[in-house]
Design a protein around this ligand. Structure first.
Ligand SMILES: Cc1ncc(COP(=O)(O)O)c(C=O)c1O
Length: 353
């Protein structure tokens, strides 16, 4: 029998979650499939999301793979080009290119071909990661709209606090002010903005996390939003131990039993992508019932509390996250976000579709 851990993917959930996005907006949907489709597999995710209007990702090779597989939708390179050699490929495969920095315009200046490119000009509305500063926008817009290598310009920005109580009022007003002088398409919304701020949908929304079935909000569950988890990371108990009061568990003896109790040893550790920094008490399902992890997660194993599950034992099914065990809850207990957990699954975990 192989080691029992696996990641089950419910691709129909991706279709469901795309429908939720559709119902929420009349804008076109650019499905974000970067980071190997948030860890779900680029081509798998793309296929399940085939009803989308566009795909957004980072790597030009991945964009080419999508085009070669026959996807005709807009394919957006979220960080644009990284070198001048990529421009002819971008033109040949009709990819759309974010322009976030002056050095990318300098590359366009040297682009010799007659085929023009569609670009999305990124405005830094306060996140201070990528994008042109507000005072540079008018001049850059002018430059791009007159550029011989450019066919069409869309204006975009990305919000830092759409999922937080602080919201998007300030950066949205800034973006709207800057965009007001241009009759061009606009794109501003990640999942949180799409779900919470209809006034910021623009012409293209760019959902990522919600498509994979996780809530972008701390206080609203995926289920309440009508989203279904796509990935369920599951494994089994491979051994049990009976502890007496005072017995300790795992490296560093971080858990100490106060009374006698049973624990289960699960075939899943940080080398599978489960976060090592998940504390004792991280929620987990055993035989469909919630319990908690105990002690430090090790490379290949973690321990679970079976004191309320007397029937559980070797072979019991364990859900680390996914169906029945919201990934956001696990992420919170581990001091991280569902995005990181989804992307963390390692190669040795087989994917079952
Ligand atoms: C520019 C941009 N747009 C959209 C998204 C999708 O965001 P989310 O997964 O929160 O919906 C991301 C993801 O980080 C992004 O970087």
């Amino acid at each position: 029998m192989p080691r029992p851990i696996q990641a089950n993917l419910d691709l129909s959930a991706l279709e469901n979650n795309l429908r939720v996005a559709r119902r929420t907006t009349s804008a076109r949907i650019m499905s974000v499939v970067k980071a190997d489709g948030y860890g779900h597999g680029l081509m798998r995710a793309a296929e399940a999301l085939a009803a989308t209007d566009g795909y957004a990702l980072l790597d030009i090779q991945d964009a080419v793979r999508l085009r070669e597989a026959g996807y005709r939708q807009t394919i957006l390179l979220l960080e644009g080009c990284f070198s001048a050699e990529q421009l002819p490929v971008i033109a040949e495969y009709r990819l759309t290119c974010v322009i976030h920095s002056p050095w990318q315009i300098a590359m366009l200046d040297g682009y010799p071909e007659s085929r023009t490119l569609d670009v999305w000009l990124k405005i830094n509305s306060g996140m201070n990661r990528l994008g042109f500063a507000p005072q540079q926008v008018a001049q850059t817009m002018d430059q791009l709209r007159r550029h011989r290598a450019v066919r069409d310009v869309t204006l975009m920005t990305h919000f830092a606090n759409a999922d937080e109580s602080r919201g998007i009022a300030e950066p949205l007003a800034l973006f709207n002010d800057l965009a007001a002088s241009y009759r061009v398409a606009r794109s501003l919304a990640n999942s949180a903005t799409l779900l919470r701020y209809p006034e910021a949908h623009g012409d293209w929304v760019r959902p990522g996390i919600m498509l994979y079935g996780a809530s972008p909000f701390a206080e609203v569950s995926a289920q309440e939003l009508g989203l279904k988890p796509v990935m369920t990371l599951n494994s089994r108990i491979i051994a049990t131990q009976e502890l007496r009061a005072g017995d300790e568990v795992g490296y560093g003896a971080l858990f100490r039993a106060e009374h006698s109790m049973g624990i289960g040893i699960v075939a899943c550790g940080y080398a599978d992508g489960y976060p090592r920094h998940a504390l004792s008490g991280t929620p987990i399902l055993v035989d469909g019932q919630r319990t908690r992890t105990l002690g430090r997660v090790s490379m290949d194993m973690l321990c679970v509390d079976l004191s309320t599950l007397p029937q559980a034992g070797v072979g019991s099914r364990v859900v680390l996250w996914g169906e029945g065990m919201p990934i956001e809850e696990v992420a919170r207990a581990a001091g991280t976000v569902s995005y990181e957990l989804m992307c963390a699954r390692t190669e040795r975990v087989p994917v079952v579709v």
